[in-house]
Design a protein around this ligand. Structure first.
Ligand code: NAD
Length: 256
């Protein structure tokens, strides 16, 4: 049902973003993939999606820690009916030990980049007469965990920014929502396992069961396909009146 729409998914050469791009393409959307690298395999991913789903797919490199690059991504895409702000990084450390440059990078990539891409995309959505902004927040946009100060601050921030975007577009056929995943086994989560093992003095399996999935009552990771399916739903007519809210895909985490 998304034929003729163009979706930009930030941070989509891996993990959740790639899963979302695949599901949007499966639903017929043309997709723009993005990350900060510019490797042959990045462009090959776009080709693979184009071939698999008969859509047009491009990879555009842009480092979203840079405001002008974030706006430039949308401008270079030339069209944006669906904007999925997904790029994100993590760093785990106590506040008094948290490197200031990590704080700045997390706020820039996980929060400020969404402001810049949204600012560039809204005029395109208004010109096309339809739009969807989907911000990939986190269960950490609604609750907190120790040692993740910058991440939790950025994710709470993007939930607030999603509400403002929804209010500013409320009288138009544009919606904005935040999707809040619990734990999804992606490279970002994989990379946290050694730190968590060290912080808790536990082995891999124990960290997964007792630390990561401790607050996920389903005791299962969510999948990138499920996150993609949630985005496809938010682009459907059934979701036209869903705006300014959060959708948790967290196996019950935030019900606790
Ligand atoms: P990932 O590391 O697999 O993907 C992150 C993506 O962002 C990658 O494509 C990476 O290249 C890109 N990226 C990083 N820095 C960038 C930059 N400066 N410019 C452009 N792109 C950049 O991680 P993921 O788990 O797929 O995470 C995707 C999003 O989902 C993040 O916002 C993350 O916070 C959120 N999230 C993930 C989980 C989880 O359990 N995996 C849970 C909740 C929320």
């Amino acid at each position: 049902h998304l034929r003729g729409k163009t979706a930009i998914v930030t941070g989509s050469n891996s993990g959740i973003g790639l899963g979302i791009a695949r599901e949007l393409a499966r639903a017929g959307a043309d997709v723009v993939l993005n990350s900060f690298t510019d490797r042959e395999e990045d462009h090959a991913l776009a080709q693979e999606i184009a071939d698999a789903h008969g859509v047009s797919a491009r990879y555009i490199a842009a480092d979203l820690s840079d405001a002008a690059a974030a706006r430039g991504l949308v401008e270079r895409a030339g069209r944006c009916d669906i904007l999925v702000n997904n790029a994100g990084i993590q760093h785990v450390a106590p506040i008094d030990d948290f490197p200031a440059e990590k704080w700045d990078a997390i706020i820039a990539i996980n929060l400020s980049s969404a402001f810049h891409t949204t600012a560039a995309a809204l005029p395109m959505m208004r010109a096309a007469g339809w739009g969807r902004v989907i911000n990939i927040a986190s269960a950490h946009g609604l609750t907190a965990s120790p040692y993740k100060s910058a991440y939790v601050a950025a994710k709470h921030g993007i939930v607030g920014f999603s509400k403002v975007t929804a209010l500013e577009t409320a009288r138009e056929p544009i919606t904005c929502n935040a999707v809040c995943p619990g734990y999804v086994l992606t490279p970002l989560v994989e990379a946290q396992i050694p730190d968590q093992m060290k912080a808790h003095g536990m082995d891999r399996e124990t960290v997964i069961r007792e630390v990561m999935l401790e607050r996920q009552p389903s005791k299962e990771f969510a999948t990138t396909e499920q996150l993609g399916g949630t985005c496809v739903f938010l682009c459907s007519d059934a979701a036209a009146q869903i705006t300014g809210t959060t959708i948790s895909v967290d196996g019950g985490w935030t019900a606790l």
